[in-house]
Design a protein around this ligand. Sequence first.
Ligand code: 3H9
Length: 695
Amino acid sequence: MTAINDLVSYEAKGTVGVVTVNSPPVNALSQGVRAGILGGIQAGIADDSVSALVLTCAGRTFIAGADITEFGKPPREPSLKEVIDTMEASTKPVVAAIHGTALGGGLETALGCHYRVAVASAKVGLPEVKLGLLPGAGGTQRLPRVVGVPIALDLITSGEHVPAPKAHKLGLIDELIDGDLVAGAIAFAKKIVAEGRPLVKISDQNEKLEEARKNPSLFADFRKANARRFRGFEAPENCIKAIEAAVNLPFPQALARERELFLELLAGEQAKAQQYIFFAERQAAKIPDVPADTPLIDIKSAGVIGAGTMGGGIAMNFLQAGIPVTIVETSQEALDRGIDIIRKNYTATVAKGRLTQEKMDGYMSLLTGTTNLEGVRDADIVIEAIFENMDVKKEVFTKLDRICKQGAILATNTSTLDIDEIGSVTSRPDYVIGLHFFSPANVMKLLEEVRTKKTSATVMATCMALAKKIGKIPVMVRVCDGFVGNRMLAKRTEQAQKLILEGAKIEDVDRVLYDFGFPMGPFAMGDLAGNDVSWRIRQGKGVKSPVADAICELGRFGQKTNAGYYRYEARSRTPIPDPVVEEIIEKVAKEQGVTRRPITDEEILKRCIYPMINEAAKILEEGIATRASDIDVIWVYGYGWPVYRGGPTRYADYIGVEKIYNDLLRFKETLGGEEWTPTPLLEKLAKEGKSFKDL
Ligand code: 3H9
């Protein structure tokens, strides 16, 4: 074996030369890897003892893409294009041998090879769009030549990871390998040589592009059909333009156009924000005082207390991860209703073709329902998801502590209550933790995990690992009212309510936040979630919100009652502004002596967002969140903050902390109110000319 450099080696195995990349953790295409592959391929071409080459990777995966940490730094030779050109031009067949994930530049490298083989568990894809980019090393040119333009458009603008068997059907993978990958790839390479099969250069193939040329409205139709999904994002449009270039220009010119469109995105704020979130998400998985080698509890079964909307959604996550769930309700009727909703959810997914009946049956077979709390006796983790009432929760936890086996984790899905207090009624407060799922719990990615003063490292490490297993993005925070997400949301809600009293229209507040990039504004969101939920929480705390309360007193709970902040036609979810609500607002404004005035979009945006940023600073001061970036992950994955704006603290850094500080002081002067007092941390950052990222 010859070491080409520290990261890549070359070895002739009989008549096949094997180039192996070994650059943990994910064999990303750093300068050293690029140089190593180039050197390895050149060594193989020069090696007279071999007639074919295999490119493979050591460790857990094939190349997972360009090295994202190199973006923004001066480019260093060789470029990935040079590596790919050399492979494609090789006079000996080059075969990519794929395991793990061949993503982004990794798949582009594989598409530069003449053939590709993979183990069945492998996945391939071009996920650059998720980083605010497009495949910039020929991916937008070669993929459509293999799978056709319509499928390439879908794959490149979604960034989907395609399982190897599907990729095989699409022609992306030439052969699936059973058993040892490298041995299988060598055998495949020998077969290519023996059969005298051609050196397939994808860049030369034009058949699939011809098909696309016959359908001139293809791109316009695609843009139209996906306008909602792409709203606000810059990358998908550049991806489409690059694929359009593949269809309309000769390969070299189209490749140059791809490069131009790639560099445009790379220089933009959206790509920076999306890459920031990529790393923030991975950073959030690390808890400073919980060592990486902390022993984990093996979670083989789960209990869920409460079969309401949350309980049912939580249970579904576990079922889908193959973990049996016992769900408990107080009455048979409520239990049947809850299980029926789970079944209906899955049935609807089957009907849409996104789940097989067989899989659904498998999930349902893992679900047991009972009205007896003793049913969770053997569960490794129990998650309580009943309504928000401290006395009731304490009663349930007292019973669970008695019933559940030693070593079982007792979790609560509370979104508001003091979890230290809940844990205090048990004999195992170190095994009590908050697992705050977001509605709909089977869909939303965020899992806000809440450690108490006593939660053990083992329990925290287990719950972080468990979150990943059930497909969630976990962030560990500490106990306070509303934890991180809802505590900041409360600041936005407070301003939204004040704004409509002072003269802004409900639909204007919603529009401004929608245009900022949220999936919907706060009032439409209230109507969707049910305004009665927060009304009940306010009543429990003895807190008033005059307009919100008046609306609920009229039974206007939102979409479910066809009326809330808006009105809704029967069976429609389209919000229609309602003069009745405007009258309520005017009446409350009069009662409170509020003078109404026109309010600009700029004021609406600043008043909704800046108090949240101030609260984020307070949360960091108090140590409730570990890092500013954790707060951003919470907002992106739990509240629909537009990922291309990178989360509230990243956005603050983009605008400038000092500017935000000055605006807070201006609002304090003109509007009054404690909410405008900058928190000491924000003041310190502003005065020192620093950002959240400097913390
Ligand atoms: C691209 O290719 C552009 C080209 O088209 C154009 C070029 C001209 N770079 O996720 P994990 C780190 S754009 C640098 O926890 P998993 C990650 O930060 C790229 N670092 O593991 C983490 O570090 P740490 C297109 C990377 O097993 C560690 O690896 N490719 C990169 O759950 C482990 O990661 C993508 O977008 C990278 N590319 O998942 C793929 N990737 O341990 C991005 C990972 O210090 N990567 N790291 O926290 C992924 O989707 C997942 O990492 C993967 C593994 C599925 C591969």
